[in-house]
Ligand binder design. Structure first.
Ligand code: PHE
Length: 439
């Protein structure tokens, strides 16, 4: 996502906010990773025997047909369909309903609770809290209701998971704003899992968690202040979020950056100075009047914010790789306890990565997100990074890409044999599903 580049903070944290630019154009951060001297050459598929091929069919465990987790019951057939208008793989289906944010001993749940504490102790009338709204929403909820333009890139099949042309896995918690406002809620927090097709590296995962906050004001609130409603809401919003950042991070340096979202005006980003870098932690702004009008709040003014819980948790708990949040390894899960914000994670091991390169001639419909989906579909959480390391166009106008795939388990050493098998499968499926020509 095109957020961070140019503001000086870590490119690694650059994709949590989806809607920063009017056009929503993406810029790739993956191009910049250097060659690693430990890289091994690409395996060629011809090096594999048919026995390897047979074995490679067994790489994935069967997928349950109905998920029942955290009170959410979702049938696989309702989500994953073999139709061109559906782009949801089984790996994503298995994440639905896991609800890391509702586990009080998980870093994401601990962080959610710490933010709840801040709002509970600073506001007499508590914020209404929602943390089990279903992640399957309509295109109308996800985009139209929050005024995302019809041609915005975030609506594309390349960026969003579609169940069918009218139904998506929410790509932000803002998908619930309009509905909750229409129901009459004036102060609320929505926490949930959100889904975005994306590239692969240590800070990007196609499922992550966001918290949305909305507060509605009525004329009484701002009339005595001598400010207009918008200025009053913007000031209140900034005060609220600066307080939250201090509550979570202590006395930190912070700065506000003006930005753009379709659903707020003015819009801001908050950055905090952490470990010698400016880190974007949230997006927010004064809610577009049209949203308030449609929800029966014409005479009101409101603010809204959306923050990414993983990126905050990675910093607060020193968690080096976003895949760890999904780990069921006791050496990870046992390090966190309820109410303990910011306990530093002690890596239990660092297993060596294994690199495999693959080159192919791309076609017009090729996208890096599609490539990453195929790779994740095969290697799951064993893939750590997919990085474009070479890109050229020949005299005939054919473009070749070379990608370096880093395989690494967080939990154990991988054998050469299993990596070769994964890579063999990747090559085969990249060729057949993406219709590219391997070199
Ligand atoms: N929904 C926005 C995103 O995911 C964040 C946001 C929420 C910005 C609310 C402004 C107001 O990028």
């Amino acid at each position: 996502m095109a957020v961070a580049i140019g503001f000086g903070q870590s490119a690694a944290f650059s994709k949590a906010l989806l809607f920063l630019h009017r056009s929503g154009r993406r810029s790739f951060t993956a191009f910049s990773a250097p060659y690693s001297s430990s890289a091994t050459a690409a395996s060629s598929s011809s090096a594999f025997s048919s026995a390897d091929k047979l074995r490679s069919q067994k790489w994935r465990a069967p997928v349950a047909s109905v998920l029942e987790r955290g009170g959410v019951k979702i049938a696989r057939d309702d989500v994953v369909r073999d139709e061109p208008t559906n782009n949801i793989p089984d790996t994503i289906f298995t994440k639905l309903g896991q609800q890391l944010h509702r586990r009080n001993q998980h870093p994401i749940g601990i962080l959610k609770n710490a933010i709840y504490d801040y709002f509970d102790s600073n506001y007499e009338n508590k914020f209404d809290k929602f943390d089990d709204l279903c992640p399957i929403v309509t295109v109308k909820q996800n985009f139209d209701d929050v005024l995302v333009p019809a041609d915005h890139v975030s609506r594309s099949y390349n960026d969003t998971y579609y169940i069918d042309p009218q139904t998506v896995l929410r790509c932000h918690t803002s998908a619930h704003q309009a509905e909750l406002l229409s129901m009459g809620h004036k102060k609320f927090l929505v926490t949930g899992d959100v889904y975005r097709r994306d590239s692969i590296d240590a800070t990007h995962y196609p499922v992550f968690h966001q918290m949305e906050g909305v507060r509605v004001f009525s004329p009484n609130d701002w009339e005595l202040s001598g400010q207009d409603g918008t200025a009053y809401a913007a000031e209140d919003l900034k005060k609220c979020l600066e307080g939250l950042a201090r509550h979570l991070f202590g006395a930190v340096e912070m700065r506000w950056i003006d930005t753009y979202f379709p659903f707020t005006d003015p819009s801001f980003e908050l950055e905090i100075y952490f470990q010698e870098k400016w880190l974007e932690v949230l997006g927010c702004g004064v809610t577009e009047q049209e949203i308030l009008k449609r929800s029966g709040n014409s005479n009101n003014v409101a603010w809204a914010f959306g923050l990414g819980l993983e990126r905050l948790a990675m910093v607060l708990f020193d968690i080096p790789d976003i895949r760890l949040f999904w780990s069921t390894d006791e050496r990870f899960t046992s390090q966190f306890s309820e109410g303990q914000l910011g306990v530093k994670f002690k890596p239990f091991s660092k297993f060596p990565p294994c690199y495999k390169d693959m080159s192919f001639w791309i076609n017009e419909s090729f996208t890096e997100n599609n490539l990453c989906e195929v790779i994740r579909g095969i290697a799951g959480d064993l893939v750590e990074e997919v990085c474009l390391i070479d890109d050229f166009t020949n005299k005939k106008g054919m473009t070749s890409h070379c990608y370096r795939i880093a395989y690494r388990s967080m939990e154990r050493s991988l054998t050469d044999e299993e990596i070769n098998e994964l890579q063999w499968n990747v090559r085969e499926q990249v060729e057949s599903k993406l219709k590219v020509v391997l070199r």
